[in-house]
Design a binder for this molecule. Structure first.
Ligand code: HEC
Length: 142
């Protein structure tokens, strides 16, 4: 009996994970905020970045960030239409856009460095990006 319950729990968890991954790739999904879609892609790209840094494979860094570029365009369009609702400090949209711009500039530095296989700059920029995630989340999400 216990075994059945366990396997039901496992398949439920796996099912949720698959749905989550699928949802992240279909931009813009109905009802899901474009910020969330961008963030899920960013999360995947960032984890891949950490792996690439640790394994010293600069050539694997760039690709996952391309999807984010497209997702950012959707976020910007929704921002212009006033459709974005932030979980926190929603009235400080100007500051949110500024943080977002700064963050994307750091992403460009990262991609450039990865193309040059300059792993020192990749590592430094990764630290700055991580600070950027935490900074923006503490202001607008958590
Ligand atoms: C400029 C602001 C900003 C930056 C920078 C930022 N985030 Fe976010 N992030 C947000 C906001 C706002 C939300 C909440 C969106 C919502 O709930 O509607 C969010 C949500 C998320 C989520 C949850 C998505 C979901 O499905 O609910 C993840 C994961 C995430 N961010 C990862 C990251 C990572 C990783 C980084 C850095 C590499 C990062 N974020 C950088 C603003 C930011």
């Amino acid at each position: 009996m216990k075994k059945y319950i366990l396997s039901a729990v496992v398949s439920l968890a796996l099912g949720t994970a698959i749905v989550h991954a699928e949802e992240a790739k279909t931009a813009p999904a109905a009802g899901v905020s474009p910020v969330k879609i961008e963030m899920r892609l960013l999360n995947d790209a960032f984890k891949n970045l950490i792996d690439s840094l640790i394994l010293n494979t600069p050539e694997t860094i760039e690709e996952p960030f391309h999807e984010i570029h497209k997702a950012k365009a959707n976020t910007e369009a929704a921002l212009e239409k006033g459709e974005i609702k932030l979980p926190k400090n929603g009235d400080k949209m100007k500051q949110f856009i500024e943080l977002d711009e700064q963050f994307h500039k750091k992403l460009e530095i990262l991609i450039e460095a990865s193309r040059k296989k300059d792993m020192k700059t990749v590592q430094e920029t990764t630290h700055k990006l991580l600070n950027g995630c935490v900074q923006c989340h503490s202001k607008f999400r958590n």
